[in-house]
Design a protein. Structure first.
Lengths: 318, 324
């Protein structure tokens, strides 16, 4: 694969974000319309106890991906009620088309005392072209921890293919400290689930992408079909010292599959790397693949997990 | 059907056992019975001393009672039946309540795992474990829960009662509906009883609706749906309380309710069928909760917990009349 970087296309500091959010534009995810591309992202605000709350919203671009057309006036979904799995924010927020409907898989955050957080996956639907989303049922998760996937079930990316639903997501295996006085860090990997209705999911409890580095964490898979194969981008990092140390920070990984089930990791084929300087020189994360007008694009975040916005690359060779 | 429960008194309170382990300082909550040749093994949940922040964990334990004299303690478990979970797992802060059922030679436990949260005090999911030594120790099926939260059961899945009928496993339990705030702004949980079925104990199909209508309205909390099969019918004894001020106010605390079913799906509530209420004084004067029924030599008994949700232990009642 070869990509041409088109640079940062959205900077949250240059606009007024919805619902009092002031920072970040994390995990850009595109939904293509006839004459524009809606890019959902998660911005953050600080709550009374100085913790971050993530709110999904969107920005519309014209098809050339160079002109911003509109910014959402509100979060597309509010945080969950007291005690719910998504009470402390939603990040990431993944939208997909389900025939004529627009559906979303949310990653809900619920703060804990012994560890910082747990996560589960929710389901929501839009009846207004993606401007707002309503939770399914009483608002609980469609996928939470289970016997083999004990925590941090999140980062769902769903495609409907030939009438059934395919989900790539992550689950956490454990929290671990590198040294006795260090902070506990989470470990998570990419897995796969299948569903006939988008609500009830069959899981395997297995990871699907081989590890490349020690203490590897994998996140945010995105999949696209092109030239007879399925292509997955994701991000990966070390479980430790990944916030400040660029060597351990998120990079983009790549894998391919013929059958949606078994994947061959081949990061050497990713075709995109850190820039020498600038907004994506220390970290690249939260990739999202989409196609519009015959052109495949990659959205992603750069340094500091998207604090400075997101950028775009165009596929030039497959 | 005229039923009368004769209270026989307090059976077991850990605080009355002088030589008891430090993880069993007090409480005997949510009893469940497995019958052996010469004794009945009563599984329950107990607590060690609270930590420096006055927070408790909860462990599963058992006490063996002499079949010939159910007030005679023969033995207590020497170790917790289940260890607490690893950092960040669902059962890191407690294993309560537990329901134990026979599966051939083995015993199966479904138990509530406790996680502590920031905005509300806790969340609960259900774990599965199996014992090959008659309940002395259990091995967890995995590090996570087998029944967690779902679109219509968004948090707190707990109070399990596991049964097997016609080769199918049935799990009656309670699921959180809403956290409501008391006058001091403290969140209290409202939960309603639900059911699920399974052929393998791991993959559960939820009935996905409340099984018992609420008598006290929207804020009635229901728990401990203990199912007892007799005379061709399923009999459920459970407990229910008001949404707020239920800890010290005996008018709002747990009482025992009753419902029956022909098919384990449609339940008909009729609390008038259970006349077991709080006593004038003593260990069960403030509440009666967590009922469980068992039959011994043709007599049906109920174990139930008293004041403080089992802080004062559990007692025994004997049924006069026939479940029909």
């Amino acid at each position: 694969m070869k990509w041409q970087k088109l640079g940062k296309i959205f900077d949250p500091s240059t606009v007024t974000l919805a619902d009092g959010c002031t920072e970040f534009a994390k995990s850009p995810q595109a939904l293509v319309f006839d004459d524009f591309v809606r890019i959902y992202f998660c911005a953050q605000k600080k709550t009374a106890n100085s913790k971050y709350l993530s709110c999904p919203m969107y920005v519309d671009f014209d098809k050339s991906m160079t002109h911003m057309l509109a910014l959402s006036e509100h979060s597309v979904i509010q945080p969950g009620e007291l005690g719910h799995f998504d009470e402390h924010g939603i990040f990431p927020f993944s939208v997909t088309r389900d025939d004529d409907s627009i559906i979303a898989y949310t990653s809900g955050w619920s703060r804990r005392t012994s560890v910082s957080v747990d996560m589960s996956i929710g389901f929501a639907k839009s009846t207004d072209q993606g401007v707002s989303f309503k939770r399914f049922g009483a608002g609980g998760p469609v996928m939470a921890a289970n016997q083999h996937e004990p925590m941090m079930v999140a980062d769902a990316f769903v495609l409907k293919i030939n009438g059934s639903y395919h989900m790539w997501y992550i689950f956490g295996s454990h929290w671990q400290k590198k040294s006795a006085d260090g902070a506990a860090e989470r470990f998570y990997k990419i897995a796969y689930a299948h569903s006939m209705d988008g609500i009830h999911w069959q899981r395997t409890g297995k990871t699907i992408i081989d590890e490349k580095i020690p203490d590897e964490c994998q996140a945010l898979p995105t999949v696209i079909y092109a030239a007879g194969k399925y292509h997955m981008y994701f991000c990966y990092r070390s479980a430790y010292d990944f916030r400040q140390n660029s060597k351990n920070a998120y990079r983009l990984g790549y894998a391919w599959s013929d059958d949606l089930i078994s994947w061959t990791r081949d990061d050497g084929e990713a075709g995109i790397e850190l820039s020498d300087s600038g907004w994506d020189s220390e970290m690249m994360c939260y990739p999202n693949l989409f196609e519009t007008d015959g052109q495949i694009y990659l959205l992603y975040n750069g340094n500091e997990f998207g604090r400075y916005g997101f950028g775009l690359a165009r596929l030039t060779e497959l | 059907m005229q039923l009368t429960w004769e209270k026989l008194g307090l059976v077991f309170d850990p605080e009355q056992i002088s030589e008891r382990p430090d993880w069993m300082v007090n409480f005997a909550q949510a009893p469940n019975v497995v019958i052996f040749d010469t004794f009945i093994r009563v599984f329950f949940c107990c607590r060690p001393k609270p930590d420096e922040n006055k927070q408790f964990v909860s462990y599963c334990a058992f006490v063996d009672l002499d079949k010939k004299d159910l007030f005679k303690v023969l033995n207590i478990s020497q170790k917790p039946l289940l260890s607490l979970g690893e950092l960040g797992t669902f059962d890191e802060f407690g294993t309560y309540p537990v329901s134990v059922t026979e599966d051939g030679e083995d015993l199966i436990a479904i138990y509530g795992g406790w996680q502590r949260c920031e905005s509300v005090p806790f969340n609960i999911s259900l774990g599965l474990a199996r014992s090959h030594d008659q309940g002395v120790s259990f091995t967890k099926y995995g590090p996570g829960p087998v029944l967690s939260h779902s679109p219509n059961e968004p948090f707190i899945v707990t109070s399990p009662k596991l049964r097997k009928y016609n080769d199918t496993w049935y799990l009656a339990y309670t699921a959180g509906r809403k956290w409501i705030l008391d006058e001091e702004g403290r969140p209290e949980i409202i939960y309603k009883m639900r059911m699920a079925s399974s052929t393998d104990l791991v993959n559960w199909t939820r009935l996905d609706r409340d099984i018992i209508e609420s008598k006290l309205g929207e804020h009635e909390a229901q728990a401990c749906p203990d199912i007892f099969y007799a005379a061709g019918k399923y009999h459920m004894f459970f407990c229910y309380r008001q949404g707020l001020d239920f800890r010290s106010n005996k008018h709002n605390s747990y009482r025992i309710g009753y419902a029956s079913s022909d098919d384990l799906q449609q339940w008909h509530r009729d609390d008038s069928k259970v006349d077991l209420d709080v006593s004038e004084t003593g260990w069960d004067a403030e509440m009666v909760a967590y009922p469980t029924l068992f039959e011994l030599d043709g007599t049906v008994y109920m174990l139930y917990a008293g004041n403080g949700n089992g802080k004062t232990g559990f007692g025994l009642a004997k049924l006069h009349g026939t479940l029909s």
